[in-house]
Design a protein around this ligand. Sequence first.
Ligand code: ADP
Ligand code: MG
Length: 312
Amino acid sequence: SIKTINDLPGISQTVINKLIEAGYSSLETLAVASPQDLSVAAGIPLSTAQKIIKEARDALDIRFKTALEVKKERMNVKKISTGSQALDGLLAGGIETRTMTEFFGEFGSGKTQLCHQLSVNVQLPPEKGGLSGKAVYIDTEGTFRWERIENMAKALGLDIDNVMNNIYYIRAINTDHQIAIVDDLQELVSKDPSIKLIVVDSVTSHFRAEYPGRENLAVRQQKLNKHLHQLTRLAEVYDIAVIITNQVMARPDMFYGDPTVAVGGHTLYHVPGIRIQLKKSRGNRRIARVVDAPHLPEGEVVFALTEEGIRD
Ligand code: ADP
Ligand code: MG
């Protein structure tokens, strides 16, 4: 099946190179291009441009669908339990495949613990809330702890070494490296269909450090949006749950989008998905709130961070 522009049937490498040089490096950009523009920009015959656009649209399944088709597609979405019944309830069953889910919140609010727990829980059989799958863990802050994985696996009565073996870990050292890792993931996940979860903890810290302040906002935003779209696409194409984390201050943070946006303005512009805000409560209690999810009711729940992992 067609997953990148390199897979377009009957299109030579020379033409593919022309497309890339002209800025049409993804199926998405091709699918929404006009045949005339594409033909001129890439220096290819109009008929070739038309053919390429049609292939890209077919590959992305861009067409009218009936509501029933949409329903059936949605029913294929699978869920991974968080370990807390309350939190699962808030998420209508757990973290979804084919979707990017963002956990955002202040330091210590439980983002990294949730990433660890889901990397373990994805391995559970479906009847226990997992997908019998593997996890990819991209760590940008150096906060991954194998000891936590051991504790969580043990608490679930799982084979510890087996669980550890099913988590592919990589430390991303800067934004370019982080982006390159996700570029390469396409190959890894297409070769290993048992990968059902991709974690990026945190997705924003390198971008924040390397592109500080307002003067860098435009370029930072552009790079980050592209990165997030790529992650979203991996989720959709390979039926994977993607989790990203984003540390935000207790005050309204101006990291995403327009810095003039007021309170609550840390929105992932243009990027679809589910956003969950985490807040500290008393002791080991944490509060989770779903923010502007199209299909989930608004509300908040309390869960606990324990030695064994995420619990009620
Ligand atoms: P962040 O949102 O900054 O990623 P974390 O997910 O790292 O936050 O959460 C840190 C919190 O997790 C700690 O403050 C503590 O409450 C809890 N925690 C971490 N390790 C353990 C453990 N071994 N046993 C119990 N709770 C733990
Ligand atoms: Mg963390």
